[in-house]
Design a protein around this ligand. Structure first.
Ligand code: FE2
Length: 133
C-alpha cells in the first residue's frame, strides 16, 4: 500500500514539472512498498538508483527553464539540486541495512516535499510571469 502520496499541496502549476515531481514520489512509493515486504536492501539500492537517474533528468529540466528565463536565484537552486545528488551518493556509499533504508526513505520524502514547496514554489510564479505553465 502506498503511504506516501503526491498531493495538491505539492502542485506548483507548471504541468511538465508537476508530472515529473509526481514520478519522483512514485519512486519513493516503490521503495516504501519493497520495505513493507521486507526487501530493505532492494528498496534502498533500487530506490537510490532510480532516484539518482530520474532526479538528474528532472533537475536538468528545471535548471534549463530557470536559465532560459533568467531566474535570479538560479545558482542557489542549482546548488540545492547538487547537494541532494551528493546526499544520494553518500547514502549509496554506506552499508545497505534496513535502518539505512528507512533513513533514506525519510530523507527523500522530507527533502523532496520541502524543496518542492519552498524552493520550486518560489520560482513557479516567476516562470508563470514568463508564460511557462
Ligand atoms: Fe528544484
Amino acid at each position: 500500500m502506498a503511504i506516501v502520496c503526491w498531493d495538491g499541496s505539492l502542485r506548483i502549476g507548471i504541468d511538465a514539472i508537476d508530472a515529473q515531481h509526481r514520478y519522483l514520489f512514485e519512486i519513493i512509493n516503490a521503495m516504501q512498498s519493497k520495505l513493507a515486504l521486507g526487501h530493505a536492501r532492494e528498496a534502498l539500492l533500487d530506490g537510490l538508483d532510480s532516484m539518482r537517474t530520474y532526479a538528474r533528468f528532472h533537475f536538468e529540466t528545471e535548471e534549463r527553464l530557470l536559465d532560459d528565463h533568467g531566474y535570479p536565484d538560479r545558482e542557489a537552486h542549482r546548488r540545492a539540486h547538487r547537494e541532494f545528488l551528493e546526499a544520494l551518493d553518500r547514502l549509496s556509499g554506506q552499508h545497505p541495512s534496513p535502518e539505512l533504508a528507512h533513513q533514506a526513505l525519510g530523507f527523500l520524502l522530507s527533502w523532496l516535499s520541502g524543496h518542492i514547496q519552498a524552493e520550486d514554489g518560489r520560482y513557479a510564479p516567476f516562470l508563470a510571469e514568463h508564460g511557462v505553465n
